[in-house]
Design a protein around this ligand. Structure first.
Ligand SMILES: [Zn+2]
Length: 184
C-alpha cells in the first residue's frame, strides 16, 4: 500500500509516519481512473443519482467492521454544487453506508464560507472556502468519527476537515475515500 497523502509505500493502512496526518486510519477504494473514474463522473456531473448505492457499496467493501458507536460524517459540499447537481452527493453515499452498517450519521461538519476575506483574490477565496470547516453539534471525544469523501488529491481538504473535528474534541477521526486522484 501507499500513503494516502504522500504516496510513499507504507505497511500501515494508507498512512505513513512522516506525513503526521491528523486522522488515525484511512481507506481508499482505488485510483481515479477506469471504471471508478467513469462512475464518479456520472454520479457527480451527469445526474446519475442512483450511483450513490454502487459507490457506497464500494466504500463499504474496503472498510473493516467498525465499532457500533462509530458516527459517519459526510464531507460537506459547497452549496452551489448541491444546487447544480440536485442532490448532496456525499450525504447520499454516507446515508446509504450508515443504513447498510446500522451506524449513525451526523452532519457535524459544514463549510464556513463566511471566513472569506474581501481583499483575497478569487483563487485565494476558493482555497479558503475549500479549507474552512466548522463543526456544528456535540463531539464525544472517545467515539470514532468516519469522514467520507469522494476524491483525495493533495489531501488538504480532508486534512482541514479532520482538523476542525479534532479541534472540536474528536480524538479518533478516520477517513474513507472513493478515489485517489494522481497529481499531474
Ligand atoms: Zn505520507
Amino acid at each position: 500500500m501507499v500513503c494516502i497523502a504522500c504516496r510513499h509505500p507504507t505497511s500501515d493502512m494508507w498512512l505513513c509516519k512522516s506525513c503526521n496526518l491528523p486522522y488515525e486510519r484511512a481507506w481508499v477504494v482505488g485510483e481515479r481512473d477506469g471504471v471508478l473514474q467513469r462512475l464518479i463522473g456520472l454520479y457527480k456531473f451527469q445526474h446519475a443519482r442512483e450511483a450513490h448505492k454502487i459507490l457506497g457499496d464500494l466504500l463499504l467493501g474496503v472498510l473493516p467492521d467498525l465499532p457500533p458507536e462509530t458516527i459517519i460524517i459526510p464531507m460537506p459540499t459547497v452549496s452551489g454544487h448541491i444546487r447544480e447537481r440536485g442532490y448532496d452527493h456525499m450525504l447520499l453515499i454516507a446515508r446509504y453506508m450508515a443504513r447498510r452498517r446500522g451506524l449513525k450519521l451526523e452532519r457535524l461538519l459544514y463549510r464556513a464560507t463566511d471566513t472569506k476575506q474581501r481583499q483575497a483574490s478569487a483563487k485565494q477565496r476558493t482555497v479558503q472556502a475549500m479549507q474552512a470547516f466548522a463543526v456544528r453539534g456535540d463531539i464525544a471525544p472517545d467515539i470514532p468519527y468516519l469522514l467520507v469523501d469522494d476524491v483525495i488529491t493533495t489531501g488538504a481538504t480532508i486534512k482541514y476537515a479532520t482538523k476542525a473535528l479534532r479541534d472540536a474534541g474528536a480524538k479518533h477521526v478516520w477517513v474513507a475515500v472513493i478515489a485517489r486522484q494522481s497529481l499531474k
